[in-house]
Write a new protein. Structure first.
Length: 247
């Protein structure tokens, strides 16, 4: 048994003994000092209303503490889920080509497009959590975060795809509904101006990996000198034939 456990047990036993022996202590006091217990009882009854009020306040405090504990427990569970989601997104960002079938990326999207999409998810989740926890307020959310995101066509395309899902997820709390309203209003405001960059649908070509880019450079290194050598060897021969025909 630990010392802390023994200390707690000793305190509980002492309190219980004091409560049970209190009548004997009061009897000893009455023998030493003349006490009118009837008057003392009347005085004690006057504290009945105060004790009832204190008991009600204690009950309210316990109820509030239980509600806060339940809220904190829910926040902890949500945070665990968000951490898992963040780790999965980062894993997909490291190798988009491998996880493309799992995350549902379109065939024409390049690896950079997939990374931008996943980063937008991380960025929006961060803004949502910061707004719910009152780390970021509405003014900063609009001016410093969302305005720059919706300036680009890629950011607008991303929100257009996921806005319905975010709207369905706003049933949890008032803060989530407020966050969605702020984001959607900034998106609709941004539509009044011209976007920067091309949309994902307008970007041609397949994803180009560094290995394929290096292979293309090697191909030109081989083909370029070969073509020059062929031209150098063939041009004089063709010229001599044309000269002979002209004579």
């Amino acid at each position: 048994m630990s010392r802390r456990y023994l200390y707690g047990l000793t305190v509980v036993l002492l309190v219980a003994f004091a409560v049970m022996a209190s009548p004997m202590f009061m009897d000893l006091i009455s023998r030493v000092i003349a006490v009118d217990w009837g008057l003392v009882g009347q005085v004690g009854e006057t504290y009945g209303g105060a004790s009832a009020v204190l008991a009600a306040l204690a009950f309210v405090a316990i109820a509030i503490s239980l509600i806060l504990q339940a809220s904190q427990l829910r926040s902890a569970r949500v945070q665990v889920v968000r951490n898992i989601h963040r780790d999965l997104l980062r894993l997909a960002m490291e190798n988009p080509s491998l996880y493309r079938p799992v995350i549902g990326a379109e065939a024409h999207a390049t690896d950079d497009d997939v990374r931008q999409h996943l980063y937008a998810v991380l960025w929006m989740n961060y803004m949502s959590l910061a707004f719910e926890e009152r780390v970021v307020f509405e003014s900063s959310l609009r001016k410093e975060m969302l305005r720059g995101m919706f300036t680009s066509q890629s950011g607008r395309d991303w929100w257009e795809r996921v806005r319905d899902a975010w709207h369905d997820g706003t049933r949890g709390s008032r803060a989530e509904r407020k966050f969605y309203e702020i984001v959607d209003s900034e998106y609709r405001r941004a539509l009044n101006s011209e976007p920067s960059g091309l949309s994902w649908e307008e970007r041609p070509g397949r994803p180009i990996s560094p290995d394929s880019a290096r292979s293309k450079r090697k191909w030109w290194v081989v083909v370029g000198p070969t073509a020059v050598a062929v031209v150098v060897l063939l041009v004089p021969k063709v010229g001599r034939r044309l000269y002979r025909r002209g004579q």
